[in-house]
Design a protein around this ligand. Structure first.
Ligand code: 13P
Length: 247
């Protein structure tokens, strides 16, 4: 298995402030190292401020279109020109609240890459789907929709975040074993397309990660760091989570 440098990414969702950027920038400077990458996904209106503070950043979504009459949308080329290198695509809140389909998300993934942004593709099943035993089927469909449209090679410059919807913001974390089982499923599925791509790809876990559970989660063989919501808004918690990701 190739060496995969872990990523700890904070998804602030529609939270945060210029003050928090300063605090998190101080933390990030302390914990960014050879051992790990630290990324912050602030609200788009704070992106310039976060980049000026020295944070490695991305947006929480991007438009699938190049430019034009799309009121309220975020243009990937502008995100890149501000100095950001990443974007989330397909977060479960975008899927469920804003109705983004697998096809929309594949288009956003393509648009991000076309503009030099690394997409972090978020996938994961709902509680109902898990109860019905459909976890693997759901994450497979979410992944295959990108692979069928853009090819397996498109995953070289990308990151996957497995976020079971039932674990997001609920305090119900997947156990390390549950998370590892699905991460392994994802990597094995990708290996059936291309072993090298699968072995090099970083797969992050997200869903109620905190400073008490991060170490065991990140120690799993196929978990390469985390996508952190609520705890990324608390500088000391975020710092501790970052420190538990070791390359
Ligand atoms: P929480 O860490 O608050 O559960 O959120 C996870 C998430 O959605 C990150 O993208």
């Amino acid at each position: 298995m190739g060496q995969r440098k872990p990523i700890v990414a904070g998804n602030w969702k529609m939270n945060g402030s210029p003050e928090l950027i300063k605090e998190i920038a101080a933390v990030s400077a302390q914990v960014t190292s050879e051992q790990r990458e630290v990324l912050i996904f602030p609200p788009a209106v704070l992106l310039s401020e976060a980049i000026s503070a020295g944070l490695e950043c991305g947006t929480q979504t991007v438009s699938e279109f190049d430019a034009g009459a799309y009121t309220g949308e975020i243009q990937a080329s502008l995100v890149k020109s501000l100095g950001a290198n990443y974007t989330l695509v397909g977060h479960s809140e975008r899927r469920s609240i804003y109705g983004e389909s697998n096809e929309d998300i594949a288009n956003k993934f393509a648009q991000a890459q076309k503009n030099g942004l690394t997409p972090i593709l978020c996938i994961g099943e709902t509680q109902e789907q898990r109860t019905e035993g459909k976890t693997e089927e759901v994450v497979k469909q979410q992944l295959v929709s990108v692979i069928e449209k853009l090819g397996i090679a498109s995953l070289v410059n990308s990151v996957i975040a497995y976020e079971p919807v039932w674990a997001i913001g609920t305090g119900l974390t997947a156990t390390p074993e549950q998370a590892q089982e699905t991460h392994k499923y994802i990597r094995d599925l990708l290996r059936s397309y291309d072993e090298q791509v699968a072995d090099a790809l970083r797969i992050l876990y997200g869903g109620s990660v905190n400073e008490s559970n991060s170490e065991l989660l990140f120690a799993q063989a196929d978990i390469d760091g985390g996508l952190i919501g609520g705890a990324s808004l608390k500088p000391q918690s975020f710092k501790a989570i970052c420190e538990s990701a070791k390359g």
